[in-house]
Design a protein around this ligand. Structure first.
Ligand code: GUN
Length: 284
C-alpha cells in the first residue's frame, strides 16, 4: 500500500479563500470586519516568524490585524492592562499572546486574563472546560485543524481506535478530547508509557505530537491506518522533520500528513476560523 498524502497546505489555502469570501460579503453589507490582536513580548526569533505569518494570514483574508511588539522587560501588570483594554475593544474579536513569554510573566495568568470569548487560541480554562464537557466553544487550534483533516478524509470516525502520542496542554490533551467527541476510543501515551509501540500498532488513527524525529517507526503502523504527524523539528542540516518515519510509514498507512505542509498550515488557519467564530457568535 502507498498512503495518500493529506495536503494540509492546500486545504488551509482553500479555507482561507472561503474566509476571504465571507469577509468580502461583510464589507459589501457594511458590517464590521473581524479583528485580531496579536501581542509579542520580547524578541524570540521563532515567535517573530510566527507572528509575521499571523499578520500575513489576516491580510490575506481581510481581517483587521492589530499587531503589538512589546519590550522583553514589559511587566506582567502592563501586559494584563493591555489585555484588559483589548477585552473591552469592540473592534477586536480575538486576542492572541504569543508563547513562550519571558520568565517573569506567568502564562496561565495571561491566558486567564483574555476574555474567553476572545480566546482564539482556545487556551483559557473556560474553553478547555467546555471541550471536556462536550460543548466546545473556541477550540485549541492544532487539534481543531487535525479534526478538519480527519473529517475531510473519513466519512465518520465513530468507533475508530485512535492513539495520541504526547499529552501537552495545548495539543495532545485537547486532541484526545476532540477524538472522544467524535466517537473514537482514545489512548493517550506519554513519556511514562511502557508500550507506545503496541498502542500505535493497534490504532486506526495515529497522531504524534512529541517533537522527537523518527520516534514513531514506520513498521509500527497498522496497514491502512491514518497517520497525522504534528511534530516538527529542525535537524542538523536545517531540514524540518516530523515524529514519524515518513517513507516507511507511507508504505503501510492509508492516509498520511507530510512535514512540513501537513498540520502546521491547519493550525494557522484554525486560529483565523476562531476569529470569525468569535465575531459571529459573541460580538455581532
Ligand atoms: N507559540 C507557538 N505556537 C503558538 C500558538 O499556537 N499560540 C500562541 N499563543 N503561542 C504560540
Amino acid at each position: 500500500m502507498t498512503a495518500r498524502i493529506i495536503d494540509g497546505k492546500a486545504i488551509a489555502a482553500s479555507i482561507r479563500h472561503d474566509l476571504k469570501k465571507v469577509v468580502d460579503e461583510m464589507k459589501v453589507k457594511g458590517e464590521r470586519i473581524p479583528g485580531l490582536a496579536v501581542i509579542l513580548v520580547g524578541n524570540d526569533p521563532a515567535s517573530n516568524v510566527y507572528v509575521r505569518g499571523k499578520r500575513r494570514d489576516c491580510e490575506e483574508v481581510g481581517f483587521k490585524s492589530d499587531s503589538r511588539s512589546l519590550n522583553a522587560t514589559t511587566t506582567e501588570a502592563e501586559l494584563l492592562g493591555m489585555i484588559e483594554a483589548l477585552n473591552n475593544d469592540p473592534t477586536i474579536d480575538g486576542i492572541l499572546v504569543q508563547l513562550p513569554l519571558p520568565e517573569h510573566i506567568d502564562p496561565l495568568a495571561v491566558m486567564e486574563a483574555i476574555h474567553p470569548n476572545k480566546d482564539v487560541d482556545g487556551f483559557h480554562p473556560y474553553n478547555v472546560g467546555r471541550l471536556v464537557l462536550r460543548h466546545p466553544g473556541l477550540r485549541p487550534c492544532t487539534p481543531m485543524g487535525v479534526m478538519e483533516l480527519l473529517n475531510r478524509t473519513h466519512d465518520s470516525l465513530l468507533g475508530m481506535d485512535a492513539t495520541v502520542i504526547g499529552v501537552s496542554n495545548h495539543v495532545g490533551r485537547p486532541m484526545a478530547l476532540e477524538l472522544l467527541l467524535q466517537g473514537c476510543s482514545v489512548a493517550a501515551t506519554h513519556r511514562f508509557t511502557n508500550k507506545t509501540e503496541e498502542y500505535v500498532r493497534y490504532a486506526d488513527i495515529v497522531i504524534s505530537a512529541v517533537g522527537i524525529p523518527g520516534l514513531i517507526k514506520g513498521e509500527w503502523i497498522k496497514p491502512g491506518a491514518t497517520v497525522i504527524d504534528v511534530g516538527i523539528t529542525r535537524d542538523a542540516n536545517g531540514k524540518l522533520k516530523g515524529d514519524v518515519e515518513f517513507e516507511e510509514a507511507s508504505k503501510r498507512a492509508g492516509w498520511i500528513t507530510p512535514v512540513p505542509g501537513g498540520v502546521g498550515p491547519m493550525t494557522r488557519v484554525s486560529m483565523l476560523q476562531n476569529v470569525l467564530y468569535a465575531k459571529q457568535h459573541f460580538h455581532s
